[in-house]
Design a protein around this ligand. Structure first.
Ligand SMILES: [Zn+2]
Length: 116
């Protein structure tokens, strides 16, 4: 997002959790950013693109689930337990880093499936 006109905003722990954000400790709020739009970004609030990614390690347990036709939804808790960061996690980390907004991440990675 545009570094010139981005504005910090504080959201509650509850709002963060509702987005599918993860909490490591007893944080009561999280700082995210909104873009206002300025001359530097042509009023868009954004410049360039960032990439959201996830890396899934296919171990014996996951291989077995794939072979038995499990859906990604069924595999998610197992992947989560193995420490996998999903695309949404990556996106929300980039929200905290001030690289993008909650809205952009929600647009790219729907909330659906955030059940873990
Ligand atoms: Zn700007």
């Amino acid at each position: 997002m545009c570094p010139v006109c981005r504005v910090a905003e504080t959201i509650s722990r509850e709002a963060w959790l509702n987005l599918g954000g993860r909490v490591a400790g007893d944080e009561s709020s999280f700082q995210v950013y909104q873009s206002a739009g300025c001359a530097a970004c042509g009023g868009k609030g954004y410049g360039g693109r960032i990439c959201l990614s996830e890396l899934i390690t296919i171990d014996a347990k996951i291989r077995k689930m794939i072979d038995s036709g499990k859906s990604t939804t069924e595999m998610k808790p197992t992947l989560r337990a193995q420490g996998t960061d999903f695309m949404r996690d990556d996106g929300l980390n980039k929200v905290l880093a001030g690289l993008t907004t909650v809205e952009e991440v929600a647009f790219a990675v729907p909330l659906e499936g955030v059940d873990d």
